[in-house]
Ligand binder design. Structure first.
Ligand code: 13P
Length: 284
C-alpha cells in the first residue's frame, strides 16, 4: 500500500474512540520493528521523523525505507514530519514523498503561528498531505528542541479553538502537561484542557511525549478526544538497554546483527503494547 495522509485514519478513530500511534524512526531497525508491530497488530501507524533524525538517516533513505515498509505492511502507514520548523523544510519533505507534516510554530506569538501554519495547510492540502499544528510549548528535550519545564506553557483553550478555526489543521497538538523524554514523577495532565478543546473543534488532539504516561491517563485522554499519541523515548530505552545487556554479557561480540536484531525485537514489543493500549489494534 502506498503511504497515506493522517486524514485516512480520522473517521474510523473518532467513530471507534481510539488513537493512532506515532512512533519515531531512528534507523532501519526502528522502521522494521514499528512496521512488524503494525502488521502483527493489524493497526494503522504513523512514522514520525524529526529534523534531527532526518539529518542522521538522510532524507532519501528515510523516504525509501518508509515506502518499502508501507508496501510490505498491508496496513495504512503515514510518513509524518515531526516538529517541522519552517515552510522550507515542510516543502522539502513533501517533495521527497512525505504524506503528512507537522508545522511547529508554537514558539511564535499566536498571530504569527496562525499565519505561518495557514500557509503550510494551503500548500500541503493542495497536494493531499495532512497537517498537524501546535499550540502551547511542550517541555523536555527532543533532538534540536529543548524546552525547560519552567518555560513550557500550557495551551489556552480559547486560543486553541481559534487556532483550529483559522488554520483548519487536520490534527492539533496542544501542550497539556506532557513532556518529551522520560518523566521524573508522574505527569500532571490537564484533562480539562483536552476536553474543552476537543469538544469544540473538528480535529483530533495530539498528545506529544507519550513515553512514561500511565496507562490510565492514556485511556482517559483518548476518551476525551486524543486521536494521535507520539512515542519515541520508550522505544529508544528498550533498544539501548537490550544492546547494553548483550554487550555486557558478551564483551567480545562484534557482529552488529547479534545485538541490533534483539534490540529490534524489544522495540517491536513496546510498540505492540502501545497499539493495544491506544485501541488501534485490529482496526484494519
Ligand atoms: P517521547 O519521546 O517522550 O515519547 O515523545 C515523543 C514525541 O512527542 C515526538 O514528537
Amino acid at each position: 500500500m502506498p503511504l497515506v495522509p493522517m486524514t485516512a485514519f480520522i473517521e474510523d478513530s473518532k467513530k471507534n474512540k481510539y488513537a493512532v500511534g506515532q512512533f519515531n524512526l531512528n534507523n532501519l531497525e526502528f522502521t522494521q520493528a514499528i512496521t512488524e508491530a503494525a502488521m502483527e497488530e493489524k493497526s494503522p501507524v504513523i512514522f514520525g521523523v524529526s529534523e534531527g533524525a532526518m539529518r542522521y538517516m538522510g532524507l532519501d533513505y528515510t523516504v525509501a525505507m518508509a515506502k518499502a515498509a508501507a508496501e510490505r505492511a498491508g496496513v495504512p502507514v503515514a510518513l509524518h514530519l515531526d516538529h517541522g520548523s519552517s515552510f522550507e523544510v515542510v516543502m522539502k519533505c513533501i517533495r521527497a514523498g512525505f504524506s503528512s507534516v507537522m508545522f511547529d510554530g508554537s514558539h511564535y506569538p499566536l498571530e504569527e503561528n496562525i499565519r505561518l501554519t495557514k500557509q503550510v495547510v494551503e500548500a500541503a492540502h493542495a497536494v493531499g498531505v495532512s497537517v498537524e499544528g501546535e499550540l502551547g510549548t511542550i517541555g523536555g528535550v527532543e533532538d534540536d528542541l529543548s524546552v525547560d519545564e519552567e518555560d513550557a506553557t500550557l495551551a489556552k483553550p480559547e486560543e486553541a479553538i481559534r487556532f483550529w478555526e483559522e488554520t483548519k489543521v487536520d490534527y492539533l497538538a496542544i501542550a497539556v502537561g506532557t513532556a518529551h523524554g522520560m518523566y521524573k514523577g508522574e505527569p500532571k495532565i490537564r484533562f480539562d484542557i483536552i476536553e474543552k478543546v476537543a469538544s469544540s473543534i473538528g480535529a483530533p488532539i495530539v498528545l506529544h511525549g507519550g513515553s512514561g504516561v500511565p496507562d490510565e491517563s492514556i485511556r482517559k485522554a483518548i476518551s476525551l478526544g486524543v486521536g494521535k499519541i507520539n512515542v519515541n523515548t520508550e522505544n529508544q530505552v528498550a533498544c539501548t538497554e537490550t544492546i547494553r545487556k548483550i554487550l555486557a554479557e558478551k564483551p567480545n561480540e562484534i557482529d552488529p546483527r547479534k545485538y541490533l536484531g534483539p534490540a529490534r525485537e524489544a522495540i517491536k514489543e513496546v510498540v505492540k503494547g502501545k497499539m493495544r493500549l491506544f485501541g488501534s489494534s485490529n482496526r484494519v
